[in-house]
Design a protein around this ligand. Structure first.
Ligand SMILES: Cc1ncc(COP(=O)(O)O)c(C=O)c1O
Length: 434
């Protein structure tokens, strides 16, 4: 088998630089929360394929379900010959997602594709053109999705013109409040600012949808105050705007609830899911109020591969495993451990400017100065690299690339979790001395 160096050389020769790589290693196999590279070195996985492997790598029941499905049929295209796993999964998601109203679900292949479909449905149902998105949001890289995404480099730079009729407001990023206010004395100014926005940027009756992540993922694990989404949702309701929750990264148990919006007691009009939905198979879902979902005409939604039967079977097995392995309470426990440890790092290392989290979605923001809060992107990259050298795979996040965002599989053992956190501690100590 080829080693990392020779594979990297071939990768650079045959694959463009656009599809980026965080770590210069190639996988040989992966199980649970451990990835083994082609040179036989084991790494504890705190990245989970960017939040895709909540269920763990190669879960036995998921593998079995996939094998069973492959033995029967792999692809017929749901639009040509229908199949039960699509229907079964839609049924499960309609009852699992928050909200007791009638719902319907359609499937696509990626988070970005689900985002596109959700916005299309909202536009069709309301007959309005505009969408409101947030600063520091990430919704994907296809043209509409990247237009909704906030971060310029590397995501948007050079790809203009963007999709029209997108308007952006600040998120409830309390550590870096856009209005220089403090919670709770701010009285949620950032949420109520949406009302004023309708006078100054776009009138409410032209807005089809507002799309928001319950906790910013790529934006750096930013957790809004408890009452924030109630205010935003009420303003949407008062103005006939479809409230879309992008749960692509928060979804499927990461925050110790199946969906992060449950923490906020919100039932969105439409929920977008992807990533950990199918344990590594490309699958995304759009679940929403039946009357909205049914609005587009037959043929207006869909795609050749959307809701592939193998991916749907994998997702059904993921749902079973979540229950069987009680992964929501495991996420709660992991979150507590990580938060405690990150708080300890905050006490010990001045580079750790902020620590925050919801369930197992816990972030640590690195700064060069705690007063100015200057983002420490170089330091963050150094920490990620140092951790890899010590056997831990991590990824960073944030508009300023200065946030550590662990996305370990929820099946990680206590020992692996402890070892991973110790490596981060050692790494912080080393880079703080540099
Ligand atoms: C919140 C959110 N929405 C959408 C996407 C896009 O998903 P995909 O990369 O599958 O297109 C991501 C991916 O990171 C995400 O985190």
């Amino acid at each position: 088998m080829k080693d990392n160096t020779s594979l990297l050389k071939e990768r650079n020769e045959h694959i463009p630089q656009g599809p980026f790589n965080v770590h210069p290693i190639f996988a040989r196999k992966a199980k649970g929360a451990v990835i083994t590279d082609v040179e036989g070195k084991d790494y504890i996985d705190f990245a989970g394929g960017i939040g895709v492997n909540n269920i763990g790598h190669c879960d036995e029941e998921v593998v079995k379900a996939v094998r069973d499905q492959i033995d029967q049929y792999i692809h017929t295209c749901f639009h040509v010959v229908m199949y039960e796993p699509y229907v079964e999964l839609a049924k499960r998601l309609n009852s699992l997602t928050p909200g007791s109203f009638p719902k319907k679900t359609m499937f696509a292949n990626s988070g970005a594709e689900a985002v596109e479909n959700a916005v299309k449905i909202a536009r069709h149902a309301t007959g309005r053109p505009a969408t409101i998105a947030f600063e520091d949001a990430f919704h994907g890289r296809t043209l509409l999705a990247v237009s909704l995404t906030s971060k310029m480099k590397p995501y948007k730079f050079g790809f203009a013109p963007y999709a029209p009729e997108i308007y952006r407001i600040p998120y409830a990023y309390c550590y870096r409040c856009a209005y220089q206010l403090e919670y709770p004395s701010c009285e949620l100014h950032c949420a109520y600012a949406l009302k004023a926005f309708f006078n100054t940027h776009i009138s409410a009756e032209q807005v089809a949808a507002l799309i928001v992540e319950p906790v910013l993922g790529e934006g750096g694990f930013v957790v809004p105050p408890k009452e924030y989404f109630k205010v935003i949702q009420k303003i949407c309701q008062d103005n006939g705007i479809v409230f879309i929750a992008d749960e692509v990264q928060t979804g499927f148990g990461r925050t110790a609830r199946m969906f992060a919006m449950e923490h906020y007691e919100i039932a969105p009009d439409i929920i977008i899911m992807a990533k950990s939905l199918a344990g590594g198979f490309p699958l995304s879902a759009v679940t929403g109020r039946a009357e909205l979902m049914d609005h587009p005409q037959p043929g207006g939604l869909g795609g050749t591969y959307g809701g592939n039967p193998v991916a749907c079977r994998a997702a059904l097995a993921v749902l079973d495993q979540f229950e069987k392995k009680q992964l929501l309470s495991r996420a709660e426990k992991i979150g507590k451990t990580v938060l405690e440890r990150f708080k300890d790092f905050h006490d010990r290392y001045p580079a750790v400017g902020d620590v925050r989290g919801l369930g197992a979605m816990v972030g640590m923001e690195l700064v060069t100065d705690r007063i100015t809060k200057e983002p420490a992107a170089v330091l963050t990259k150094r920490l990620v690299d140092r951790c890899r050298e010590k056997g831990l795979l991590m990824i960073s996040a944030g508009t300023h690339s200065n946030i550590i965002r662990p996305l370990m599989p929820l099946v990680i053992t206590d020992e692996q979790l402890e070892r991973g956190l110790s490596i981060i501690g050692e790494g912080l100590q080393e880079i703080s001395r540099m």
